[in-house]
Design a protein around this ligand. Structure first.
Ligand code: AKG
Ligand code: FE2
Length: 330
């Protein structure tokens, strides 16, 4: 018999404890979204009124040629305005991007008992306004641990994704820090992106996508996020208020571009740049027709403390100077 999803504990047990995930609810063919997933109106955005971000992707292969300075300018301009941009010719093979998306679908399609071994032990109490996604997080420490502990279905592609994107992240940081007058040498890499985590997000179709949310509005806490999205769409960012461009404070969609990766300036980089680079708030919506996958890599410094433990005023403060930071991390 289907569990009663009006009862939060029973919903929690079904979705989290038993490893069914949101997918389990969808597989039951339930046509009404359980109350716990319905968002307050302030969290819902009117997708019909949100425009698409039309800025073309940045061609990173040109960093190695005569257009180097122009490409650095494009990266810096994007970081100083939207805090989000897309890149192509980034060095991560297209076939790997396709395998990653397929792997995410395969993993979340596994039977619940195969997935529930990876569940997070959390209490059922925060089950209010659940996000409508299933996800897995794989923190990277070293290759051996990854090979032993990450799900066998995901580990090879996820590791390759980490490795093949490293050079791109280094180049992006070089450009962003160089613009602030700081040099990125190998000894400082760990201080910026020494810790990494690969997530796979799976957003199920939803009978009432207007009432629910895939990911609530947030900004990422790390240094820089690399994000692979599939062709479905649903990622919206809020144009920061304090930038010199149109649509301030409005939600714009980051449209899927085949073969591209999305780069998201995150909280640490905003702080280290004295607020010059923007860590934009973003949100993910689901659709009623197609399931979506996205695969972010979160990069942060080795000693990263969870920034959401810091009050908001700290996260947005403008006191740290980049040169001091570079000095501290050596
Ligand atoms: O799925 C997406 O497009 C974005 C996911 C996201 O914002 C996150 O995992 O932090
Ligand atoms: Fe995010």
């Amino acid at each position: 018999m289907a569990p009663s999803f009006d009862n939060e504990t029973s919903l929690f047990n079904f979705v989290v404890r038993d490893g069914n995930g949101v997918k389990g609810i969808v597989d039951l063919g339930i046509s009404k979204v359980p109350q716990a997933y319905i968002q307050p109106p302030a969290e819902q955005i009117n997708k019909k009124h949100a425009s698409k971000c039309e800025i073309p992707p940045i061609d990173l292969s040109k960093l190695d040629g005569p257009d180097h300075d122009e490409v650095v300018n494009q990266i810096v301009r994007a970081a100083e305005t939207l805090g989000f941009f897309q890149v192509v010719n980034h060095g991560v093979p297209t076939e790997l991007l396709d395998s990653l998306k397929q792997t995410a679908h395969n993993f979340f399609g596994l039977p619940p008992e195969r997935k529930s071994v990876y569940r997070k032990e959390v209490s059922p109490s925060p089950l209010v306004n659940l996000e409508r996604k299933d996800y897995i997080s794989m923190a990277y420490t070293n290759d051996d641990e990854a090979l032993q502990q990450w799900p066998v279905e995901c580990r090879d592609v996820a590791l390759q994704y980490l490795k093949t994107s490293h050079e791109m992240v280094r180049k992006l940081l070089e450009a962003l820090l160089g613009n602030l007058g700081a040099e990125l040498d190998d000894s400082k890499i760990d201080g910026f992106i020494g810790k990494k985590m690969v997530n796979m997000n799976f957003y199920l179709t939803c009978p009432n996508p207007e009432l629910t949310i895939g990911v609530r509005h947030h900004s990422d806490m790390d240094t820089l996020t690399i994000l692979l999205q599939d062709g479905i769409g649903g990622l919206y960012i809020k144009v920061p208020q304090d930038v010199n461009m149109e649509k301030k404070g409005e939600w714009v969609e980051i449209p899927p571009i085949s073969g591209a990766l999305i780069i998201n300036i995150s909280d640490m980089l905003q702080i280290w740049s004295n607020g010059r680079y923007k860590s934009a708030e973003h949100i993910v919506h689901t659709t009623s027709t197609k399931s979506r996958v996205s695969i972010p890599i979160f990069t942060t410094h080795k000693q990263h403390k969870r920034l959401h433990h810091y009050p908001k005023w700290w996260r947005k403060m403008e006191q740290l100077v980049i040169n001091n930071f570079c000095f501290q991390i050596t």
